[in-house]
Design a binder for this molecule. Structure first.
Ligand code: ATP
Ligand code: MG
Length: 462
């Protein structure tokens, strides 16, 4: 239907660019067809395109924002693409700076909003010698820099998926589509641009993006785009860990984290990221725990509630901590020491694989370290725990442990009642320390008398 309409009414222009089997064919889609009006564009992005166009440059809204508006979703942010160089673009705005090394672009700020303005990218040399001499790719074909500028259609070809390669011109309200992205959005097909193997080699993170965007937008990954993923999964090992962490965070905070993690695992993409996921998901308790944690996160995001990345990573790694904790205890460490050792091990491994930033790892540790304290319901201990700055996160975490069957439901119930109770009721709920002390003293005395007896037996034997 859309195709017929486009063919009948709109300009068709065969362009000169033909690379990686991607024929570009410019479709110009007018507002009465696509329905996106300039009032739906953020005032900052609108101001930027207008300013650049006034200075004689071309400038479009690109990428996720156009895609999301076509899907009837609210864009997370607005990106602009232009034929102005980063220096030229920066000079047009008072609050603007050039950022990035691998991919130089301009950040323009208007009030609290920041819009990314990128210069059209061109094709990079296909000749291996030239690539090596200019340090453009590593030995696996991964792009180390992407700062070669080009035309608008060349820029379309450098993007990842057809649905992300649409250009919206706010002044004419037209969409420029070189790669049939508009139809792919209509049929909910996620399709990589060009040869999948080559494009994943250039940037293995595109595999994670495919999984995330398909889950988030309810799209089907086109078979050739999907099939190349399994074999190339090991390439993720060569991606800088900080970038992987950012991408994992986007994935976990997409509101569809459960679907994403299930899909990552099905495609073998989780190995470098969450190496124990296979083992954990195979244990019934581990699987329940992670499934609950991710579902909980997705529900919170759907209700527009805050989600803490530290809490999420603490959940994903908890069963690794549990396994290590158990081993150290079996080997004779005291429970508290064993827990510290297990935590150190797990965080050190993740530091290597995912580069969890310090600000998160401190909170993750606190959530874990507080867990045994929920089982100690005597004396002032519950009061001290309740007043701990990290109590709320640790409490929610303990609820997950209880829901997954790892600890008794009674403990969760006790804490729920304790939180809801007034100060008097709280005092009454606590096992009287005196009773406890008496019991402990009784035990201690009994132990002492047993020891005395055995000492005297030993003596009389010698
Ligand atoms: P979202 O913002 O919802 O995560 P997005 O598609 O907008 O999705 P961004 O990271 O904001 O993602 O990227 C903006 C645009 O830049 C994309 O739509 C795509 O055109 C291009 N892009 C991003 N990452 C890549 C990549 N790894 N390879 C090629 N093009 C990319
Ligand atoms: Mg975006």
């Amino acid at each position: 239907m859309i195709r017929k309409f486009i063919q009948k009414v709109f300009k068709r222009k065969k362009t000169a660019v033909d690379s990686d089997n991607s024929n570009t064919l410019l479709h110009i889609i007018p507002v009465k067809q696509h329905g996106i009006h300039r009032k739906q564009i953020s005032s900052c992005a609108l101001k930027i395109t207008q300013e650049l166009q006034k200075s004689g440059f071309s400038a479009y809204i690109v990428g996720g924002a156009v895609r999301d508006l076509l899907l009837g979703r609210e864009p997370k942010d607005f990106d602009v693409a232009t034929n102005a160089t980063p220096e030229q673009a920066r000079s047009k705005f008072r609050r603007a700076r050039i950022i990035g090394k691998r991919f130089r672009l301009v950040h323009v700020m208007c009030g609290p909003e920041t819009v990314e303005v990128s210069t059209f990218r061109g094709p990079f040399p296909t000749n291996e010698k030239e690539q090596n001499s200019k340090n453009i790719t590593d030995q696996h074909g991964r792009l180390l820099q992407d700062n070669i500028f080009g035309s608008q259609e060349e820029d379309a070809l450098r993007r990842d998926f057809t649905m992300n390669a649409l250009f919206y011109d706010p002044s004419s309200e037209e969409i420029h589509d070189y790669l049939n992205g508009y139809e792919d959005i209509d049929s909910k097909t996620l399709r990589i641009i060009g040869d999948p193997v080559k494009r994943y080699r250039e940037d293995p993170v595109r595999m994670l993006r495919a999984v995330r965007l398909a889950a988030k937008l309810g799209m089907q990954i086109d078979p050739p785009t999907a099939n190349a993923i399994g074999d190339l999964a090991p390439l993720l090992k060569n991606v800088p860990t900080a970038r992987l962490f950012d991408e994992m965070l986007k994935l976990l905070l997409s509101g569809h984290s459960l679907a994403c993690v299930v899909d990552l695992r099905a495609r073998g993409l989780h190995h470098g990221l969450l190496p124990m996921l296979d083992v954990i998901l195979e244990q019934p308790l581990g699987e329940r725990f992670i499934t609950l944690a991710l579902k909980n996160t997705d529900d919170r995001l759907q209700q527009e509630k805050h989600v803490s990345p530290a809490f999420l990573f603490a959940s994903l790694l908890w069963h690794e901590v549990l396994a290590g904790w158990k081993n150290y205890k079996i080997n004779g460490d005291k429970p508290a020491i064993a827990l510290f050792k297990a935590i150190d091990d797990v965080l050190a491994t993740q530091q290597k694989n995912l580069a969890i930033p310090r600000r998160f790892s401190a909170t993750i540790q606190e959530i874990w370290i507080l867990q045994p304290r929920f089982e100690s319901l005597v004396g002032r201990k519950p009061f001290r725990l309740l007043n701990h700055p990290r109590f709320r996160a640790a409490f929610d975490f303990m609820l997950l442990r209880s829901e997954s069957g790892e600890i008794s439901e009674d403990i969760a119930l006790w804490w729920k009642n304790f939180i809801a109770a007034n100060p008097d009721q709280r005092e009454k709920m606590i096992n009287k320390p005196s009773n406890h002390k008496k019991r402990r003293n009784r035990n201690r005395n009994r132990n002492k008398s047993v020891k005395r007896k055995s000492d005297s037996l030993e003596k009389s034997a010698t």
